[in-house]
Design a protein. Sequence first.
Length: 189
Amino acid sequence: MVMTTTVPHQAAERFALLAVDGVEYAVDATWVRRSLPAPSPLPAAVLHGGTAYQLVDLRQLFGLPASSDAPPRAGGGPGPERLILLIDRPPAAPGPVAPEPAAAGGVHRLALVIDDLLGLETLAARAAVPLPGVYRGPERHWFHGVLPRPDGRITVLLRPEGLAPAAAPSTAPEEVPTAAAPSPGGAAC
């Protein structure tokens, strides 16, 4: 009789590592299409290979200053030029296709403006720790969690589908109903 034992293991996946303001982030490599130098000034969208990608400046999204005070990395680090990482939802795996929830939004082609592209690595993403409860704001949509690394580094796992900006507010001026408009004397009617 032959007996086999299955040892549970952490599934490892390939991730693109990137830096923004000296913090290391990771995005599932199946989402990554290409990296490009970021133009100045930044456009609202990037057209590449006939496909439009909506621009998302991660510094701006995360509420960081436009330039970094982070020290450069030993290998050269982020220079004055930033990069754009084109990401797109990976093709669906074979099998039945589940409908996408409407709340997930329709934007999946993004041009992420980053400080540096650090490379590709295999990470055990399932070992990531969820964000602590103190994080209750939009960051819950941006990040899957944090991944403590054997060398002491912490890598923040990005949730690409949560990085797309919400529907942009209308830029048309709002009309004020006549009844609510101030009277010539300055008081509302």
